[in-house]
Write a protein that binds this ligand. Structure first.
Ligand code: ADP
Ligand code: MG
Ligand code: ZN
Length: 489
């Protein structure tokens, strides 16, 4: 048997830090843990001193509600915080406050598109917890930074609904995009604000029962996520091929060697001795509160993507790249609003083509872009109306990308306005034909390719600024009339 006779089954647990100002259970600020001086945003609560009491951060609950509602989950009116007990130096209390039996929300879904149309990945649960500190292993000793300890963390657990790395990548990308739309997470993967754990099993194709799964911990990038799952699918398939069984265990990912490594046998829930957190009351979310949060949700990426396809006639591909970021989608619609007569399709192409290329080259986000939506709309409009050529349009865009400003001003300053006047172009054509009698004769003798050369001469005479369509029309007309009344040499 080969690997293709197995079906992969994948479920994802995603941890996302919430962008609140203060931590989950104390007043310490949430700081960028890759920048701040270690242990400068800590207090007796988030370092677990005896005799201290946690207080629930209301804003963190509100952010969690945004995500839960955007994922179409059912929100629990009452959820309960629990202690998850384990010992590790990054967890000073000896337990993590999390939610276990009664999570904040359950049974939602996220829509993904892997090119074969939209499909749903079900979300099993969404719950609140606190992040741990960070360890730095040195030679012979370790350092610990508690700045991250107690930062609000949202855990989003999917059903095992994915069957390929492409689906996993689409799900993870869509979830990151959603968190950014909701303004609850920066999406800065390299800062560790979103982390994944992947549960992977394989089963004979056609089988309905789930195979034994392994869990890959601490995946901090899309690349690690995709590579580790691909490796694991292959490894498990080979084991089954050889008549062996998969051992349920927790794995780590070795980025350098590109292999998963056994960390420990899978822990069970009872290992954590979960019990309700005695220092916190149950969390109540009234129907009114949930409704208020729901009413304030922005248009979500999937709805916006569908609207872009429908209203602006964009292809699924272009619609999805223009809606991947809220700021890009806003930029696009602002550009359309600034120049209502332009084609939505052409504007989309200028953004996804030329503008994205400039942004990529400069490694800039659209927020930092000097081209305003209005300037882009005006530029597309000038190209479409023939005021400037497409090539000049690109040059103008590059210039305002560097220096800002309005396209009209650059066109005037650089003398880029396109020559469209047929009479002026006729004069140029006549001059070129008079100056090149030999080539004209070749054309009349049947060498048709010469017309292309003549076209080039006219364009040169216009210093590259003439409308090519008009030149072609005028030149063709002039040559045809010469064929009918050949010049008497
Ligand atoms: P825990 O990791 O705490 O044991 P769960 O049992 O709820 O939690 O499962 C966690 C994740 O594993 C979920 O995303 C779920 O979809 C996924 N999962 C469960 N069983 C399988 C399986 N046989 N194959 C792949 N994924 C699975
Ligand atoms: Mg797990
Ligand atoms: Zn604190």
């Amino acid at each position: 048997m080969t690997a293709s006779t197995y079906e992969a089954v994948i479920g994802l647990e995603v941890h996302a830090e919430l962008l609140t100002r203060s931590k989950m259970f104390c007043g310490c600020p949430v700081v960028d843990s890759t920048q701040a001086e270690p242990n400068t945003a800590v207090c007796e609560i988030c370092t677990g001193m005896p005799g201290t009491l946690p207080v629930i951060n209301q804003r963190a609950v509100e952010y969690a509600l945004r995500v839960a509602l955007a994922l179409r989950c059912q929100v629990a009116e009452t959820s309960v915080f629990a202690r998850k007990n384990y010992f590790y130096p990054d967890l000073p209390k000896g337990y993590q406050i999390s939610q276990y039996e009664l999570p904040l929300a359950q049974q939602g879904w996220l829509s993904i598109d892997v090119g074969s149309g939209e499909q749903r990945v079900r979300v099993r649960r969404v719950h609140l917890e606190e992040d741990t500190g960070k360890l730095f292993h040195r030679e012979g000793y370790s350092l610990v930074d508690y700045n991250r300890s107690g930062v609000p963390l949202l855990e989003i657990v999917s059903e095992p609904d994915m069957h390929s790395v492409e689906e996993v990548k689409a799900y993870a990308t869509a979830l990151r995009s959603l968190l950014r739309y909701l303004e609850v997470n920066s999406g800065d993967m390299e800062k560790g604000v979103i982390r994944f754990e992947a549960n992977v099993s394989v089963r004979p194709s056609g089988s309905e029962t789930l195979g034994t799964r392994t869990e890959i911990k601490n995946l901090n990038s899309f690349r690690a996520l995709v590579r580790s799952i691909a490796f694991e699918i292959e490894r498990q398939s080979r084991l089954l091929d050889a008549g062996k069984t998969v051992v349920q265990e927790t794995l780590g990912w070795d980025e350098v060697r590109g292999v998963t490594l056994s960390q420990r046998s899978k822990e069970e829930a009872h290992d954590y001795r979960y019990f309700p957190e005695p220092d916190l009351p149950p969390l109540h979310v009234s129907a009114e509160w949930a409704e208020r949060v729901r009413a304030e949700l922005p248009e979500l990426p999937d709805a916006r993507r569908a609207r872009f396809r429908e209203r602006y006639r964009l292809t699924p591909y272009v619609a999805s790249i223009l809606t991947a970021e809220r700021a890009i989608a806003d930029f696009y619609e602002d550009a359309l609003a600034a120049a209502p007569q332009v084609s939505p399709e052409k504007t989309a192409n200028w953004i996804s083509g030329e503008l994205f290329a400039l942004l990529n080259q400069a490694a800039l986000d659209i927020d930092a872009c000097r081209v305003t939506p209005r300037a882009l709309g005006e530029l597309v409009s000038m190209v479409e109306s023939g005021e400037i050529s497409a090539a000049s349009g690109k040059a103008v865009l590059a210039e305002i990308f560097q220096a800002g400003g309005r396209p009209q001003d650059v066109v005037r300053a650089r003398g880029l306005a396109q020559l469209n006047d047929p009479q002026e172009i006729e004069r140029l054509v006549e001059r070129v034909l008079q100056e090149n009698p030999q080539q004209v004769q070749q054309y009349l003798d049947g060498k048709e390719t010469v017309s292309q050369w003549l076209f080039g001469q006219v364009m040169r005479a216009a210093r590259g600024r003439a409308n090519p369509r008009v030149i072609r029309e005028v030149l063709e007309r002039a040559l045809r009339s010469m064929e009918e009344n050949p010049p008497t040499a």
